[in-house]
Design a protein around this ligand. Structure first.
Ligand code: SF4
Length: 170
């Protein structure tokens, strides 16, 4: 998997702190791409996931990992494998993707995710009510059916708190 950078995130998961991982490479080509420097598949560095994986500790301080890009699902096999390992260590996993929810379903990448931001970038930030991008979070209150709930950014902090309570109950 090619990586551009890591950062600590304070806004991607409202009310939570996340470790953000920016992947390199994207073929979606949204008209108003806000990260054009992350489109080129040859930039960034090839990350030694085996070493990272070996040194990753079970969750203690911030339980959220957030994938962004670029388009993280361009590295599908690595993403699936890494998410499985993160899940075993107790992390919550978020994915910021330019794909639609249905496209992500077709890619069979939803299994280990807890929160998703979907949709092509349309020039509006996720905080802007005009955006067509949507958030989905896993409905742990209905864990058996593995269903998802959609919401906009405005309601996300409150929904995430409820989601964490439901997850802990389960
Ligand atoms: S998905 Fe992200 S990186 Fe890819 S074209 Fe759209 S805004 Fe740019």
């Amino acid at each position: 998997m090619r990586i551009n950078s890591f950062s600590t995130g304070f806004i991607e998961i409202p009310g939570q702190i996340s470790m953000n991982i920016f992947t390199q490479g994207c073929s979606i080509k949204c008209k108003k791409c806000h990260n054009p420097e992350l489109q080129n598949f040859n930039d960034g560095i090839e990350f030694d996931w085996a070493a990272f994986d070996k040194n990753l500790q079970p969750v203690e301080f911030s339980p959220w990992i957030c994938w962004l890009g670029g388009e993280p699902t361009e590295h599908l096999n690595d993403l699936r494998q890494f998410n499985k390992n993160l899940k075993k260590l107790g992390y919550f996993i978020a994915l910021y993707s330019g794909r639609t929810f249905e496209e992500l379903q077709d890619l069979k990448i939803l299994d280990d995710l807890d929160l998703i931001k979907t949709g092509r970038y349309d020039g509006y930030s996720v905080q802007n009510p005009k955006t067509t991008q949507r958030f989905y979070y896993r409905n742990y209150a209905d864990y058996k059916n593995c269903s998802w709930v959609t919401c906009n950014y405005e309601n996300l902090e409150c929904d995430i708190n409820r989601f964490i309570i439901d997850k802990n109950k389960g």
